[in-house]
Design a protein around this ligand. Structure first.
Ligand code: VGL
Ligand code: ZN
Length: 191
């Protein structure tokens, strides 16, 4: 894999109970990425590099919910059990948590949208992001797009992402777009 070093940060996108099997917007197989994410966390932690976890943190009347005319069942309502990070995810106490899509009237798939993520990364001198989490075809894709647009280098953790695939092919389309925009891909070495 590409080894993280100085000026790198790990971004873990929306690894929350509602997106895992048994959750309100479950992604089948989504839990398989958790042990891999934990290995990336360990690598960044050992090198004292920043670790960021984004979370979908909706009000109960969020515009993305079917009840409000949106496409999704209610999920990740702020403060509810479904909005908690996955039990198995070993986030260190120093991890930076970014809550997004908190405004009832605005969808925000990207961790950069209407948050202070960019400012926090710049303050720490971060220039390159290793990105994994859920879902490849929504919040990961949009976070990657925004990161590249803001001038960060992006390395996608291809063994630590999972797609919704609401339409067949969404995952492949998302991967192709990220590659085309200049994203590098890496994965853990077998061990
Ligand atoms: C997400 C659908 C709705 C995601 C968030 O985290 O990818 N997907 N809200
Ligand atoms: Zn959402």
């Amino acid at each position: 894999m590409i080894e993280p070093s100085h000026n790198d940060a790990l971004i873990i996108v929306d690894v929350q109970k509602d997106f895992l099997p048994g959750g309100a917007l479950a992604i089948e197989g989504g839990d398989q990425i958790i042990p891999r994410l934990n290995r990336y966390v360990e690598k960044f932690r050992k090198k004292s590099l920043p670790i960021v976890a984004t979370r979908d943190w909706h009000p109960p009347n969020h515009c993305s919910f079917i009840s409000q005319g949106g496409p999704w069942p209610p999920h990740c309502v702020a403060g509810t059990p479904g909005a908690q990070f996955a039990d198995g995810l070993q986030l260190p106490p120093e991890a930076i948590i970014i809550s997004k899509a908190t405004d009832p009237d605005q969808e925000a798939y990207s961790g950069f949208q209407l948050t202070d993520l960019e400012e926090k990364l710049r303050q720490m001198g971060v220039r390159r992001l290793f990105i994994g989490g859920l879902a490849t075809d929504y919040c990961v894709l949009n976070t990657v797009r925004d990161a590249l647009q803001r001038g960060f280098e992006v390395i996608l953790l291809t063994d630590a992402i999972h797609a919704v695939n609401a339409n067949p092919g969404d995952e492949i389309k998302a991967l192709e777009e990220m590659r085309r925009l200049g994203t590098q891909f890496t994965h853990l070495d077998p061990s």
